[in-house]
Design a protein around this ligand. Structure first.
Ligand code: FAD
Length: 466
């Protein structure tokens, strides 16, 4: 009997676990002819991206080659980008004009940056989603320090070294924490012309607290942690427009920043959003209890599963499952098991999942977490963070590499080498701006407040949640 065609789109947290479950079962391998398609040929461990952005973890250590996994699991892999899914014809169009057909399709293409239609955001802010985004940010920070060191005025130094994160969720606060730590501990001591008064890191959050998904006491902890280190936090600050080097807020204020990082939210890619399916208000595809896509009338699409960041799976309390790696892993494993059960002619089981909580890393030696209802903060939480993500890393080699990175970073400072070319991290306009040494002052983000000396840096200070 010919094997049934299983097509998995996306080899991230969700897709990888489907592939591993199917490839790990002899019966399923005999039943399914599995093809995994991903636009990259590697899996990327997103939770460590902020650490990569400051060089605390090496770039290659958080990626895992999909071809390696495919070879071991007896499935096929194509590096290609899906550009259209035709549910009626059961084919996926790929970037180079090829088509792949399926009997069962798993959509696990993750999410893309959500610019929320804010004018100028996509043009002038930098996304923080991929390895390249993280590498570029790191190179840009070091490059701007190199330029600021040679600047002729304090105004120009402050201008180059003003950073704004738009979005005070987990990613925004993690990037801000890593950035301020790298700046204060590693960069400033190495650039004699620069002082803390030249650097400003601002987190802009539209809600009334940082990390709204966390416990209120953890939001307060993160807030205190960041402000003690010199990060400026703007709460209730909705971004109305992004200009080339400034963020305009709904209350009329204008925060200037040479680097604006957009960490405000995600949405499924256009490929998914344009399908004739039922969508949650945040753009995710609504799925049923078997993780099958629902049509607009609520009926399930047989043999089409949607998992991970693309899927809106209702929880018993009526809310949707969070867009987290643990959710994607649970969904991937579940669909994988469903496909193995199909190969064994067993009925599918319903998906049930309760997330374990959250971990927010705040740079070297500090985190806050809530795991299985247990809140923790400080160094112990950091150790739990490092240990948890080490266990979750895909492949023994990667676990060793990241483990060594953690130990190395514990004893040594960040590496300040800037390997990427200046032109790769600054546009021509930015390069001109950076080289023109204007004496105008920045306001209000960088001039009014950040021109004040930053508070003394207490790298080892601890603050327990209140
Ligand atoms: C910076 C950052 C930090 C994060 N930190 C945490 C954290 O600390 N804890 C946590 O639980 N979660 C965290 N997350 C969220 C977590 O990474 C996601 O929830 C998880 O990756 C979702 O898994 P997924 O399988 O749906 O998508 P992904 O893991 O993103 O995988 C999607 C895959 O699809 C591929 N793909 C996309 N489009 C196409 C296409 N058109 N054709 C072919 N392939 C395609 C991509 O290349 C990718 O490999 C973080 C995310 C980011 C960006």
């Amino acid at each position: 009997m010919a094997r049934r065609r299983l097509l998995i789109l996306g080899g991230g947290f969700g897709g990888l676990d489907v592939a591993r479950a199917v490839g790990g079962s002899r019966e399923a391998r005999g039943y399914w002819d599995t093809l995994l398609v991903d636009k990259e040929n590697f899996f990327q461990f997103n939770p460590l991206l902020p650490a990569v952005a400051v060089g605390a973890v090496e770039t290659r250590h958080i990626v895992y080659p999909l071809r390696e996994m495919s070879r071991h699991r007896g499935i096929r892999f194509h590096k290609n980008k899906a550009i259209r899914i035709d549910l009626d014809r059961r084919v996926v169009e790929l970037h180079n004009g090829l088509e792949e057909s399926w009997d069962t399709l798993v959509i696990a293409t993750g999410s893309v940056t959500n610019w929320f239609g804010v004018p100028g955001a996509e043009q002038h802010a930098r996304p923080f989603k991929t390895l390249v985004d993280a590498m570029t940010l790191r190179a840009r920070v070091v490059e701007l320090f190199e330029m600021a060191e040679q600047a002729r005025s304090d105004a120009q130094r402050r201008r180059l070294l003003a950073f704004v994160m738009v979005g005070g969720g987990v990613t925004g606060v993690e990037v801000a924490a890593e950035l301020i730590e790298m700046t204060r501990e590693t960069l400033l001591p190495r650039y004699p012309s620069l002082s803390p008064s030249h650097v400003s890191v601002t987190v802009v959050e539209g809600g009334d607290r940082l990390v709204p998904a966390a416990r209120p006491e953890h939001s307060r902890y993160v807030h205190r942690f960041l402000t003690r280190r010199g990060v400026r936090v703007e709460l209730g600050a909705a971004v109305r427009e992004v200009e080339p080097h400034a963020v305009r807020l709904a209350d009329g204020r204008r925060l200037e920043a040479f680097t604006i990082v957009w960490t405000a939210g995600v949405t499924p890619p256009a490929l998914v959003r344009e399908l004739p399916l039922q969508f949650h208000r945040d753009g995710r595809v609504v799925v049923d209890e078997y993780l099958r896509a629902r049509r607009p009338d609520g009926t399930p699409v047989e043999h089409v599963h949607v998992i991970g960041d693309c899927a809106a799976s209702p929880r018993p309390d009526g809310r949707m499952q969070p867009q987290l790696s643990q959710t994607a892993i649970a969904m991937g494993s579940h669909v994988g098991r469903t496909l193995v059960r199909e190969a064994r002619h067993q009925p599918a089981e319903k998906f049930a999942f309760k997330d374990a909580g959250y971990i927010i890393s705040l740079g070297k030696h500090s985190s806050v977490l809530d795991l299985f209802g247990l809140p923790l903060s400080g160094k112990l939480a950091w150790l739990a963070w490092a240990g948890a993500y080490l266990i979750k890393m895909v492949g023994f080699r990667k676990q060793i590499e990241v483990g060594i990175d953690h130990v190395t970073h514990f004893f040594f400072e960040h590496d300040t080498s800037q390997i990427m070319n200046r032109r790769a991290v600054l546009s021509d306009d930015e390069l001109n701006l950076a080289l023109v040494d204007e004496t105008r002052t920045l306001s209000p983000a960088a001039s009014t407040e950040s021109s004040q000396p930053l508070p003394p840096f207490r790298a080892r200070s601890r603050c327990a949640p209140s």
